[in-house]
Design a protein. Structure first.
Lengths: 270, 87
């Protein structure tokens, strides 16, 4: 589950049903020692993954040293299982976007990502898993496909991939590629966790919007099953939801819907 | 291909996503705005192919994500501390 303050009580009451919690690290960059101790206590009850959204490791703007140091501080204090960030830029030298944007996909950005990941790894002490993002706009300046760009990054640095299946689904629909072929081309050994989420189709704009406010669509579960069939190791699957939670039963039902794919993998293991 | 070229593209994208005036000017005359941001040739061509409705949708998405992030406070912490016996 993705940890969200609004449903914290429901999550805490259902920890026995949750295998891993993903916490948005940026929410704790200014946290007190006491607050981080509370997170550390939580990490003793359930495995935690720190998920960053504000480092901008795929951007040309320098990664803010203060934010990296804050990530390192939280990592050391909370002792999560791992941490992750996005293949995105979130700022330029003068503009703070506040959210993830796709950079030009070319050899330069591959080098930029590799250098930033190296810097982040040296500061935090552990390499982040890197997540593919959804983008409505195909970034100008790109001479690599998203798949070629991802593969180039995985060749250029030792990071693992946090594979967001809804982002693959949305980009495939919005930019006209085959999501299944995309999945089949990824190096399985580099993927150790997956995100699933939902979005909505905008008739007016003719695009699928990844908003994390809607149930996970069947197509994404289909991708999950497909990936589980190919995978040679247990998968960590994290449900992302940013609102319209309904009841915990809803989230629970969604989690259970992951089970066929997850169980398939378990049965396939020797 | 250079870091500066990528930086210029990222900068114009960021302005288009977050600044309504720049977005409007771009939708009126993408070539002029690209030139202002030092973007020419194939890159300016790629910018000109952006569908206006998709750009507007992207801008709304960024605005909503910002609103969500600003609302995501750590109010849950008090409950967690209580449950873990830290207060």
């Amino acid at each position: 589950m993705g940890w969200r303050p609004e449903i914290a009580p429901a999550i805490l009451n259902n920890l026995h049903r949750i295998d891993v919690l993903e916490v948005l690290a940026d929410d704790y960059f200014g946290a007190s020692k006491r607050e981080l101790d509370a997170l550390r206590s939580l990490s003793r009850e359930v495995p935690l993954i720190l998920h960053g959204v504000g480092l901008g490791l795929a951007g040309t703007a320098p990664v803010p040293a203060k934010r990296l140091a804050a990530m390192a501080r939280i990592f050391e204090r909370v002792q999560p299982e791992s941490w992750s960030e996005h293949l995105a830029f979130v700022r330029t030298r003068t503009v703070e976007l506040g959210h993830l944007a796709a950079p030009p996909r070319n050899a330069v950005s591959v080098e930029v990502v590799a250098a930033n990941i190296d810097q982040a790894t040296r500061t935090v002490g552990v390499s982040p898993a890197m997540e593919n993002i959804a983008t409505l706009v195909e970034p100008p300046g790109s001479d690599l496909t998203e798949l070629d760009w991802l593969q180039s990054i995985l060749q250029a640095c030792p990071s693992r991939l946090l594979l967001d299946l809804h982002n693959v689904h949305a980009n495939a629909l919005n930019h006209g590629y085959d999501a299944e072929a995309f999945l089949d081309s990824l190096p399985l050994g580099r993927v150790d966790s997956l995100h699933i989420a939902g979005g909505f189709w905008s008739e007016h704009d003719g695009v699928l919007v990844d908003d994390h406010l809607h149930p996970v669509p069947e197509a994404v579960y289909g991708l999950l099953v497909r990936f589980a069939r190919r995978s040679g190791k247990p998968l960590t699957v994290i449900l992302e939801r940013d609102g319209r939670y309904g009841s915990m039963a809803l989230a629970g039902a969604e989690s259970q819907a992951e089970e066929p794919a997850v169980e398939f993998r378990r049965e396939a293991l020797p | 291909m250079s870091v500066e070229r990528n930086a210029a593209i990222e900068h114009l994208l960021a302005r288009l996503y977050t600044d309504a005036a720049v977005r409007e000017a771009f939708l009126q005359d993408s070539g002029r705005v690209c030139e202002e941001y030092g973007i020419t040739g194939d890159d300016a061509e790629a910018f000109s192919r952006m569908r206006p409705e998709v750009l507007q949708r992207a801008a709304r998405t960024y605005r909503k994500k910002l609103e969500f992030r600003s609302q995501a406070k750590r109010g849950w912490m008090e409950g967690l501390k209580q449950r873990l016996g830290l207060k």
